[in-house]
Write a protein that binds this ligand. Structure first.
Ligand SMILES: Nc1nc2c(ncn2[C@@H]2O[C@H](COP(=O)(O)OP(=O)(O)OP(=O)(O)O)[C@@H](O)[C@H]2O)c(=O)[nH]1
Ligand SMILES: [Mg+2]
Length: 345
């Protein structure tokens, strides 16, 4: 295969055509076909080359959903809470989607299986869509995929999207960045408020939840968190409330829903144009660098890499010199980036 870009890329049109099968899927998606939604999510999850074209096409339909992030230590009761929230939001007539991110265990882990079992009731409800996303082998791709899957769920017409992660790593934290309102769940065991501080969850919390409030020590955790909120440097007027819940017993959930509502209202009343603009610019840079990264990776894999790659591979050119040479050569860049935008699925 030629290392040069096909001629057409020089005149590439502003809208990217997609293959007819994908075109059909997008149409089915627009007609609220849940199978089409599932297929598109799978393409995005697998980082298919047409991912960015899919999101480009559905982008104008996004921006309506309320995105709620829920994070905290393993076993804190996050899924049980999500389950309760689904019921509350369904009672309000809202369409709900859940994206459960499983950080470690694709098949064997109890988390996903447990979620499935407890969430089974909702599977019959066509206004509830539940999907889990495995972080296995996705490297930096997980937060990218999560961002785009949230866009799909939003465009599909869900009013509320809940993202569940176990708050452990940078990836999970960056996924929480997608949420309008982030709930940090703690439990009265093993000094969990300290864990929350250490894990960097403190800074991202819009609402603290002390779940398993039936257990001893719940009041102490609540007091610690409240003190901590009080001692926060005054950067924002929003003071995260601390809500006590017993997810298994369906206790405290109404209070939680109302705290989420208040935060939503706060956001609506405090729209900061410059911050929004900055967020959009940052999102654009992230999308751009992610796309460059993915295209360069694909070019390398399917043999469309520019000549310089061979030189680097043979150790004849140092990678920094190669990078500078490549960036100074528009034809080589075009060759590298002229990824196909469709694939078999
Ligand atoms: N005592 C008590 N147990 C609870 C409460 N809420 C949830 N649990 C139990 O805690 C266990 C873990 O609940 P999950 O909802 O799976 O917790 P999770 O945070 O989603 O767990 P991972 O996704 O594995 O991190 C289950 O056995 C629940 O029944 C509660 O309010 N009180
Ligand atoms: Mg869970």
């Amino acid at each position: 295969m030629s290392a040069r870009a096909p001629e057409t890329s020089r005149h590439s049109a502003p809208t990217r055509p997609v293959n007819s099968r994908l075109e059909q899927r997008l149409e089915q998606f627009a007609n609220h076909d849940r199978n089409a939604l599932a297929r598109l999510i799978t393409l995005v999850e697998n980082r298919a080359p047409e991912t960015s074209s899919i999101i480009e096409r559905i982008y104008s339909l996004t921006g309506h959903a309320q995105v709620i992030g829920i994070t905290g230590p393993p076993g804190a009761g996050k899924s049980t809470l999500v389950n309760r929230l689904i019921v509350k939001y369904r009672a309000l007539g809202k369409r709900v989607a859940v994206l459960a991110i499983d950080p470690s265990s694709p098949f064997s882990g109890g988390a996903v299986l447990g979620d499935r079992v407890r969430m089974t009731d909702h599977y019959k409800d066509s206004s509830v869509y539940i999907r889990s996303l495995s972080s296995r082998g996705s490297h930096g791709g997980l937060s990218r995929a999560a961002r785009e899957i949230v866009k799909l769920l939003d465009a599909f017409g869900h009013d509320v999207i809940v993202i569940e992660t176990v708050g452990v790593g940078q990836t999970e934290l960056s996924v929480m960045d997608l949420a309008d309102t982030t709930l940090v769940v703690t439990v009265p065991e093993g000094g969990d408020s300290v864990q929350v501080m250490k894990a960097g969850l403190n800074e991202i919390a819009d609402v603290f939840v002390v779940n398993k409030a039936d257990r001893e020590g719940a009041d102490r955790i609540k007091a610690e968190l409240e003190l901590n909120v009080h001692l926060r440097p005054a950067g924002s007027e929003w003071r995260p409330p601390v809500i006590m819940t017993q997810a298994v017993a369906d206790t405290g959930i109404d209070l939680l829903v109302s705290a989420i509502d208040k935060h939503r209202q706060y956001l609506a009343e405090h729209i900061d144009g410059e911050r929004e603009a900055e967020r959009r610019r940052r999102e654009f840079v992230e999308i751009l660098t992610a796309e460059l990264d993915e295209r360069a990776g694909r070019a390398l894999k399917d043999g469309r890499a520019p000549e310089i790659m061979k030189e680097v591979g043979a150790g004849r050119v140092n990678p920094y010199s190669a990078m500078h040479r490549l960036l100074g050569d528009p034809d080589a860049i075009r060759a590298l980036l002229s990824a196909r935008n469709d694939s078999e699925d």
